[in-house]
Design a protein around this ligand. Structure first.
Ligand SMILES: *[C@@H]1O[C@H](CO)[C@@H](O)[C@H](O)[C@H]1NC(C)=O
Ligand SMILES: *[C@@H]1O[C@H](CO)[C@@H](O)[C@H](O)[C@H]1NC(C)=O
Ligand SMILES: *[C@@H]1O[C@H](CO)[C@@H](O)[C@H](O)[C@H]1NC(C)=O
Ligand SMILES: *[C@@H]1O[C@H](CO)[C@@H](O)[C@H](O)[C@H]1NC(C)=O
Length: 620
């Protein structure tokens, strides 16, 4: 039920004055709900009290309850627009207008209709129709007239109800609150008052501006749906359960699919940490079409990130969590290194058993592709020497430019990347630490690529000298177009260092050059590069120049030191060097060094794990 009252009582005036009168004009609309019985109606009310908290809804219209209905102490006059036929109140039908004095049993009533002056006859009116209805209630000279009409009509000349009432006998206090009351109950409907004017005299009654009234609010769908049958409810519950199971499954699947390993110490690397989901998306789920390579340490995929553009994602599998913190710290530190010839490392991501490194994608591919694959153009001599200068500069920066010496540990042709202009970029630094067994991430792991690994790696571990050795091997490889160690060719040429040295010994070192260059090269430059390559690959670490020196030699800012093919340590790979004065490994000059490398081949052809056993003994 609902009530709307003017907040001050209407005073009838002093008893001595002329008879009481009032006039009112209002517009209402009763809106049924489609397909359901609607009710109960609305009433214009004069009441001595605005307190209807004890009143009942439904047929009591929010005005009475069973005990107050019919009681003279109620002091209520109501004009009801009733849309339900209630037998207890002797209602005539479910579309009537009634005058109620202290009781819902009307003292006068009539079916809703209006007098059409145009047609000269009464016309039916449906109260519960959603159409706005005008109602006039006039009380003058103890006569109460009730008149109805559709919105578009003028006030009919004949009222629907006309009844003599003694208002002061209903309201002995000579005052009453005026307003509206309506109620529904188990039935539903919307009951609106769109406009209302009230006055004690005909002259003062304001006209309602019919054209400016609010429109009847459109029917709103009831909030509670139609009662569903039990099988339907069961079906809905089942569907909901299935939906939840599917959603849960999807959630668990995504959690598993995109699961990462994150630890508190990684907080400081926040910006460098990528989510697995973003990398998964960037590489289209690590699609095999985007695979750039597969090496001893893992697979590399090409991808695209929205802001960074093309990236390369390296997936390294590992089993060990041990040492991971140090390794990630190192990798991240390396990511902060800035040199124009270093492949920029953008970040990383960690999962269980997997580490992913994100770096910029190099569209030119790696140098070994140009040297050993037929589908790539041959690099000219000037391109090759440019690449060597680029890489020497990058390596020199790693060794001297940063706050601490950074070792690359795995310089080789497949780790030298090219951009579109065939400039060289050193990539994958520090990777050699990450051995593919995943069990040992410690600094002493002698891991690298055969042919690029200095002999002393096994005994004294990595140093800047071992990087120089690998760079020397790379210089020879690029110049000669031949792998440092090629098991598939005749034994005398198999070891590149040995063979280059042999060419020199025979009188002309430039003979070792890549045959594809066919005389299109600068002899003097080639000679310097090959000799420098031999110097760097000396098995005597102390004989190797520093990277700073290498840069000076390679740019011809300084002359190479004088040495020959017969200089100890040059052009040899076998560690048995008896009586070499510069080899300060043992205290005795007569001691011999025997190395028995045990080589275990890994999944890749030229990536191997080597553990040397070095035996010191008496040469005699
Ligand atoms: C009806 O209302 C009156 C007050 O208006 C209250 O005293 C009475 O208890 C109510 N009766 C019922 C049955 O609710
Ligand atoms: C009420 O209606 C009667 C005719 O039915 C009319 O004579 C009388 O003036 C009306 N009274 C008011 C207050 O409109
Ligand atoms: C109306 O009722 C009051 C008191 O109930 C009475 O004094 C008065 O005379 C009545 N008026 C008419 C016109 O009957
Ligand atoms: C290893 O090399 C041989 C020939 O040199 C080649 O056929 C084979 O595909 C290579 N294997 C891998 C894993 O690279």
């Amino acid at each position: 039920m609902g009530h709307a009252f003017f907040n001050r009582p209407f005073e009838f005036g002093p008893a001595s004055s002329q008879s009481v009168s009032f006039l009112t004009h209002f517009v209402c609309a009763l809106v049924p709900l489609p397909g359901v019985p609607s009710g109960h109606g609305i009433a214009f009310v004069l009441s001595s009290s605005m307190d209807f908290t004890q009143a009942d809804p439904t047929q009591y219209l929010g005005l009475f309850n069973i005990s107050t209905n019919g009681s003279p102490s109620s002091h209520v006059l109501a004009i009801e627009l009733d849309t339900v036929q209630s037998a207890e109140f002797e209602d005539m039908d479910k579309n009537h207008v009634g005058i109620d004095v202290n009781s819902l049993k009307s003292i006068d009533n009539a079916s809703a209709s209006y007098y059409s002056d145009k047609e000269g006859q009464n016309k039916n009116l449906t109260l519960l129709s959603s159409d706005a209805i005008q109602v006039w209630i006039d009380y003058e000279d103890s006569l109460l007239n009730v008149t109805l009409a559709p919105l578009i009509n003028q006030k009919p000349s004949k009222p629907l109800l006309s009844r003599t009432i003694n208002l002061t006998s209903i309201f002995p206090d000579r005052k009453a609150f005026v307003g509206f009351s309506s109620a529904t109950g188990s039935l539903n409907s919307y009951q609106y008052i769109l406009g209302w004017s009230f006055s004690r005299s005909r002259l003062l009654l304001q006209n309602l501006d019919i054209s400016n009234l609010p429109t009847v609010p459109r029917f709103k769908k009831p909030k509670t749906p139609k009662k569903a049958s039990p099988p339907l409810i069961a079906l809905l519950v089942l569907l909901a359960l299935i939906g939840m199971a599917v959603l849960g499954g999807v959630y668990l699947y995504r959690r598993k699919k995109y699961a990462e390993v994150r630890e508190p110490w990684e907080k400081e690397y926040g910006p460098l940490r990528y989510s697995y989901e973003s990398l998964h998306k960037a590489t289209r789920g690590f699609h095999k079409d985007g695979r750039l390579g597969k090496g001893g340490f893992g697979e590399v995929y090409r991808g695209t990130l929205p802001l960074l553009g093309d990236i390369a994602v390296k997936k390294l599998s590992h089993d060990a969590e041990q040492g991971m913190k140090q390794f990630v710290a190192e990798v991240v530190t390396m990511g902060s290194l800035q040199h124009k010839n270093l492949v920029p490392l953008l970040g990383y991501c960690r999962r269980k058993g997997e580490l992913l490194l994100v770096s910029k994608y190099m569209e030119g591919g790696s140098v070994d592709q140009y040297l050993f694959q037929d589908d790539r153009p041959t690099l000219s001599w000037s391109q090759r020497i440019t690449i060597l200068r680029d890489i020497a500069s990058a390596l020199c920066y790693l060794h001297t430019g940063a706050t601490q010496v950074v070792l690359h540990r795995d310089i080789k042709a497949s780790n030298v990347m090219l951009n579109g202009n065939l400039q060289g970029f050193l990539g994958d630094f520090g990777m050699a630490r990450f051995d593919d067994h995943g069990t040992n991430l410690s600094a002493t792991a002698a891991v690298g690529t055969i042919g690029y690994m200095a002999l002393e790696l096994a005994s004294t571990g990595t140093s800047s000298k071992t990087d120089v050795y690998a760079f020397g091997a790379f210089m020879l490889e690029v110049t000669c177009g031949r792998r440092p160690f090629d098991p598939d060719i005749p034994i005398e040429k198999r070891q590149l260092v040995k063979w280059v040295c042999e060419c020199w010994r025979k009188g002309y070192i430039v003979d070792a050059i890549d045959t594809r260059l066919k005389g299109k090269f600068v002899c003097g430059e080639v000679e310097i590069i090959l000799k420098l390559g031999l110097l760097c690959t000396s098995i005597v670490p102390e004989s190797r120049p520093t990277m700073e020196k290498v840069v000076q030699y390679i740019n011809r800012h300084q002359r190479l030191p004088v040495f020959s093919p017969d200089t100890p340590g040059i052009g040899v790979l076998t560690p048995v060097l008896i009586g070499v004065p510069s080899l300060r490994i043992t205290s005795s000059s007569r001691a011999s060094l025997v190395s028995a490398p045990s080589v275990s081949s890994s999944s890749s052809n030229n990536s191997m794990f080597i553990s040397h056993t070095i035996i010191y003994g008496d040469g005699r």
